[in-house]
Design a protein around this ligand. Structure first.
Ligand code: AMP
Ligand code: GLY
Length: 433
């Protein structure tokens, strides 16, 4: 079987690494990939937004299965294009991808089904948005409706900040069209969790729980990023809570879409805010999270290709997933300046000796190959991902490897996984007799 993976981050490296383990796969391509992925797959010089080019490539090379990493090609209708040409592809179609591509659409779906989410207003007129902000008062969150690479969300502690955010989005058009419509919503306190599930249109099959660290600095300080690290499982998400998330959030959303004749197939990712008994949805993503995908793939024992085929063929009800019981932790190493403007082209040292690393894998995000070694090429550069007997051991293993890697300006958080340690571990299963 020939597989094409679309994307170029740590998520795609983890997917390619996992897919390589499937006995059915003979060849893997990745478009455009990165230097680390290039050691496991053939790189294809096509960008994820080149929907036509990717479809032509899949036809020419007789690709049996295409797996889409990032949200952009999904929102551009890559799946619709591939399906129209009878190509097998994993991911939601354009309409279903609106759950991520339009926050207003996601809110409407949730409101219809009574799925818990912060109270909100949706505005296309900036003066109206400003009035609403003045009325309800701070703290508030102002969000661009459309895709803004995770940067279109402003957490505002004063009304003034919220007014400025609306100006930035709607008048200065910082994110172009994405900010022509804004969502203004209640600021929630609590702890965040990422909840991912496979969905085949009807059945919802959750992955192991995971949690990422969004802020750039230790102690959850500084601006939001795409994610500075992640761990799985997330002890915050107990089995009982996971069950409620499926019943109260994911199934109602999938069913609401179905009533609108939209079949959701792929990964559905709910970004949640949890506080005691309350679970509220901050956002939906229509793809694997990055970096969450990295610890998840390290722990997944089932054949990913089998699961993906069951999604496409609507047989997910027959599948159970098996997981390595050991926790996994991923520490993201970033370039100087990230999440703002950052430098590229710095030579990375220390990767050679980690090729034989037993406890984990160094997944590449933004790297380029230079004369047989690696240089930085993105904001997030590497995802150092390890398993351990417990969370503490996984943390120690990941940071042990981090200590061997360096380049000028490299920065990372020192507290990835610490939050997991603040939760009492779930009780071990009891056996009768
Ligand atoms: P989103 O892309 O909507 O998930 O927002 C990005 C990040 O902003 C989230 O992961 C949260 O850390 C934060 N955030 C978003 N919405 C809220 C909210 N209503 N209350 C508090 N924090 C939020
Ligand atoms: N880690 C958050 C995301 O993938 O969007």
């Amino acid at each position: 079987m020939k597989v094409l993976v679309i994307g170029s981050g740590g998520r795609e490296h983890a997917l390619v690494w996992k897919i390589r383990q499937s006995p059915r796969v003979t060849r893997i391509y990745c478009a455009p990939g990165n230097a680390g992925i290039g050691e496991l797959a053939e790189l294809v010089a096509l960008t994820p937004d080149d929907v036509q080019g990717l479809r032509r490539f899949a036809e020419q090379e007789h690709i049996d299965l295409t797996i889409v990493g990032p949200e952009l090609p999904l929102s551009l209708g890559l799946v619709d294009e591939f399906e129209a040409h009878r190509l097998r592809v994993f991911g939601p179609n354009r309409q279903a991808a609106q759950l991520e591509a339009s926050k207003a659409f996601a809110k409407e779906i949730m409101r219809k089904q009574g799925v818990p989410t912060p109270y909100f207003g949706v505005f296309t007129d900036s003066a109206e948005a400003q009035r609403y902000v003045s009325e309800v008062g701070a703290p508030l969150v102002v969000k661009a409706d459309g895709l803004a690479a995770g940067k279109g969300v402003f957490l505002c502690s004063t009304v003034k900040e919220a007014h400025e955010a609306i100006d930035d989005l709607m008048r200065a058009r910082l994110f172009g069209d994405a900010g022509d419509r804004v969502v203004v919503e209640e600021f929630l306190e609590g702890e965040e969790a990422s909840f991912l599930a496979f969905v085949d249109g009807t059945t919802v099959l959750p992955l192991a729980s995971a949690q990422d660290h969004k802020r750039v600095f230790d102690g959850d300080l500084g601006p939001n990023t795409g994610g500075m690290g992640a761990y799985s499982p997330a002890p915050l998400v107990t089995p009982a809570l996971a069950d409620r998330i499926v019943q109260e959030i994911l199934l109602p959303v999938v069913n609401e879409l179905k009533q609108r004749h939209i079949t959701y197939k792929g990964i559905l990712y709910a970004g949640l805010m949890i506080k005691q008994e309350s679970i509220k949805v901050l956002e939906f993503n229509v793809r694997f999270g990055d970096p969450e995908c990295q610890p998840l793939m390290l722990r997944l024992q089932s054949d990913l290709i089998e699961v993906i085929e069951a999604v496409i063929d609507e047989r997910l009800a027959e599948v159970t997933l098996s997981w390595d019981p050991r926790p996994a932790v991923c520490v993201v190493l970033a370039a100087e300046g990230y999440p703002g403007t950052y430098e590229t082209g710095q030579p990375i040292s220390g990767l050679e000796s980690l090729r034989t690393w037993k406890e984990g894998v160094v997944f590449h995000s933004g790297t380029a190959g230079v004369n047989g070694s690696f240089a930085t090429k993105g904001g997030r550069v590497l995802g150092v991902t390890a398993t351990g007997a417990g969370i503490s051991e996984a943390i120690a293993a990941a940071y042990g490897a981090v200590g061997q890697i360096s380049w000028p300006g490299m920065h990372y958080r020192h507290d990835i996984g610490q939050r997991a340690l603040t939760h009492v571990p779930p009780e071990p299963p009891t056996h009768e007799g």
